[in-house]
Design a protein around this ligand. Sequence first.
Ligand SMILES: [Zn+2]
Length: 183
Amino acid sequence: MSESSIKNIRNGVIASVVAGIILLLIPTVRGYAASALDWVWSGVKWLWNSLFESYSFSGWFLLVIFVLAIIGFLTIFFAIKSNFDVPEHSDYKEDSIFNIKWCWSWSGHEITNLWCFCPSCDATLVYDDSSKNSFYEPTVTHFICENCSNTVKGTITGGAKSYALGAVRREIGRRIRTGEYEH
Ligand SMILES: [Zn+2]
């Protein structure tokens, strides 16, 4: 017989023996599983009985469960509510920032419709973030009043229009945090 066929026979014998042992064990395994399930079930029953049938235990236990449920409910309620809440500073919608008048609305805690107006004539300002004297100078955004002979009413240094609006948003946030906006 060649070496490979000896190996095949050996593997076959091992497989049969393993299969036989498993088959032998199955009723035993089933028995163990059944008794383990019984044990778990009797534990659950014991726990249930001691919690709800023993008179002194069930009263405070139900009370604790009730209180925990109320706390859980209130936590969820306030978490949801805060998302729809009108912020405390929702009346703060206008201020003079960087020497010009800014107006905005609130959408929850987000600032929306932020734009600026002329401090002298209240006209809507236009922006210009394209003019730069030299390459080395920082980008600036000018806010210009067409109604006041195209004069620059305000300038924000450091970036283009979106940067300027971000700077104003940050300034609004700062005034809210410090309470400065109330004065
Ligand atoms: Zn003006």
